[in-house]
Design a protein around this ligand. Sequence first.
Ligand code: ADP
Ligand code: MG
Length: 253
Amino acid sequence: SGINFDNYENIPVDVSGENPPEPINDFAEANFHEWIKENVEKSGYAKPTPVQKHSIPTLLGNRDLMSCAQTGSGKTAAFLLPIINHILNNGPDAVKQATTATNGRRTYFPSALVLSPTRELAIQIHKEAAKFSYRTNIVTAILYGGRENYREQVNRLRGGCHILIATPGRLIDIIEQGWIGLAGCQYLVLDEADRMLDMGFEPQIRKIVNNGMPPKTNRITAMFSATFPKQIQVLAKDFLKPDYVFLAVGRVG
Ligand code: ADP
Ligand code: MG
């Protein structure tokens, strides 16, 4: 794994949308919280990849983002670092952690939701989130399908949850059971959106986003996709504010 920067230095990046922010050339330019700086360094990330150079200032500037880039271009840190920074700067304690629902269950309200098409990708994102939030009191949680891990996932939620990484089907189940509420979700990320649509998750994604989540005007939404077909364009129009920043890194299929 890791990134071959030789392939990336000259990669064309097409940025459009209303007033896209200037890219950062260095992680230092992002002015991240001290702990994030340390964690980025510990990860061995010496410099940002092209998708990170543009996505990080976009999301730090509270702008919506549609980012098209191939696998292995560093998309995970591109959305996780700004989200973790935001939560740290707002104080993780400021996040409404739990409340008692009418059915007597504790409902957790994450401030960021990352939707992933598969369990494998969700696990990968969760690992990166743990790495970048190391030594902070930000709590991350993961939800994915499978009979054997339902109880364990619910039990883990008791530790709280600032950043939730989930596959759509299991998340809907957990919301319906009253364990998770999305009313406090300030960040929504659709990772590998094209794959989620290919797998038939569009109705589930729409259900999650259109029920109980703040409207797009009151949240920051980032969509990532390797391709930009009509179906993704429609989803972008529905989920992103009209002034979203559009990023195409390399050749978009
Ligand atoms: P994508 O989501 O675009 O497929 P990932 O976020 O999974 O890409 O990153 C691919 C690999 O590159 C991972 O092993 C990740 O840790 C590493 N990586 C990401 N950004 C950097 C960076 N700036 N410097 C070095 N390695 C990086
Ligand atoms: Mg990825």
